[in-house]
Design a protein around this ligand. Structure first.
Ligand SMILES: *Cc1c(COP(=O)(O)O)cnc(C)c1O
Length: 383
């Protein structure tokens, strides 16, 4: 048996190839003008907004390109504290903490609040960072079928019956808008049952932030439910056009995470330019311009759906900017994505393990920045 690292990895890569599950990187930079990008999560087109670019440029000129160290070591750039206050106010929570990415926010937060002897209950379709964080915490991990309140409640009943002395903490984790299916969690029902059973709830608003609610605060934003959710997390990297993650909650939660979230404590702070761009993004999102962009996005989604052929329409059930077109097998999705690419459209084929086996799909994401012509051209290509 050849124990050389590369020999072993080559065999494994060949197996991925055979299953049509191998991933490779394609250069698009410099050519992003020539591709019609229906792959990005830049739902409002903010990553190219002049206000974000100028804020980033100006903060970079003033403070430099890097933060230099973690915030506990070098101290905190005042822009970060302002961003956290703005996030907290927007999300209707007392406080917020910014991390290097959404992934890092999940990985830092969940293991800081639950551990061995506790239980994390995940929606079946929860994002990889939520699954990884739950596993890392050492808590027992349970999964309920996607959006099934009955199964969630059955799990809660079973877990609480065994938890007579209330020694175990129970944390439910879900997304508000699901990243690969574009559908929404029944948040009100989840909150009702979690309160009934004394569990806590973390809601990941990664794909809803900027996009839903009068000011773009997310699906919890306008619902009046934020106060009943212990932890609201999300990313600055999707509709907000920048990079970074955050958790919003009580002041006490944020004080605790500042001490115990390892991906916060032991990781370098985000660069000043990124922080400034994120603040500008929130400002745009909360303004009437943001409202206009959300309107435009909704019109673009409707236009895309109307222009689909009957066969695709059948598959396009989502009402959000995330439009999964399920193809089934990975090979089919890859072939279709390659054909679209030849015609100048960037639409990713999403395969296992990102989505379940035999549920491979094209994932079309719409943006307020798309033109009607572009959307119609994509519809023609799909036809
Ligand atoms: C993208 C995503 C994340 C991770 O955010 P990053 O800032 O890209 O690390 C977390 N949760 C969900 C649901 C996501 O889609």
């Amino acid at each position: 048996m050849d124990l050389n690292l590369d020999s072993i990895l080559k065999l494994e890569l060949e197996a991925l190839d055979r299953a049509h599950l191998r991933r490779t990187l394609h250069a698009t930079s410099g050519s992003s003008e020539t591709f019609h990008n229906f792959a990005a999560n830049d739902y409002l087109g903010l990553s190219r907004h002049p206000a974000l670019i100028e804020a980033s440029r100006s903060a970079t000129s003033q403070y430099g390109t890097g933060a230099g160290a973690s915030r506990l070591v070098t101290g905190t750039n005042s822009g970060v504290l302002a961003l956290e206050e703005e996030l907290a106010a927007w999300k209707e929570k007392e406080a917020a903490l910014v991390f290097g990415s959404g992934y890092a926010a999940a990985l830092g937060t969940i293991p800081a609040v639950v551990g061995r002897g506790d239980v994390v209950i995940l929606d079946k379709l929860a994002h990889a960072c939520l699954i990884d964080a739950a596993r890392l915490s050492g808590a027992t991990v349970r999964v309920f079928p996607h959006n099934s309140i009955e199964k969630l409640e059955a799990l809660l009943r079973k877990i609480t019956a065994a938890n007579i002395e209330n020694k175990s903490r129970i944390l439910i984790v879900t997304e508000s808008l699901f990243s690969m299916d574009g559908d929404m969690a029944p948040l009100r029902e989840i909150i009702d049952v979690k309160e009934l059973y004394g569990a806590w709830l973390l809601v990941d608003e990664a794909h809803a932030t900027g996009v839903y609610g009068a000011t773009g605060a997310g699906l919890l934003g306008d619902s009046g439910l934020s106060g009943r959710v212990e932890m609201i997390m999300g990313t600055l990297s999707k509709a907000l056009g920048s990079v970074g993650g955050y958790v919003a909650g009580s002041r006490t939660l944020v004080d605790w995470l500042t001490n115990r979230a390892r991906s916060f404590v032991f990781s370098t702070a985000l660069p000043p330019g990124v922080i400034a761009a994120s603040r500008a993004a929130i400002e745009v999102s909360r303004s009437s311009e943001g409202m206009g962009l959300r309107d435009q996005l909704r019109q673009n989604i409707a236009h895309f759906k109307e222009g689909l052929t009957a066969a695709w329409k059948e598959k396009a059930r989502s009402t959000s900017a995330i439009q999964p077109l399920i193809c089934g097998e990975a090979a089919t999705a890859l072939q279709l994505a390659a054909k679209l690419r030849e015609q100048g459209f960037l639409v990713p084929a999403i395969r296992y393990p990102t989505v379940p086996r035999h549920a491979a799909r094209l994932r079309v994401t719409l943006s307020a920045a798309h033109s009607r012509d572009e959307i119609e051209a994509l519809n023609r290509a799909l036809a």
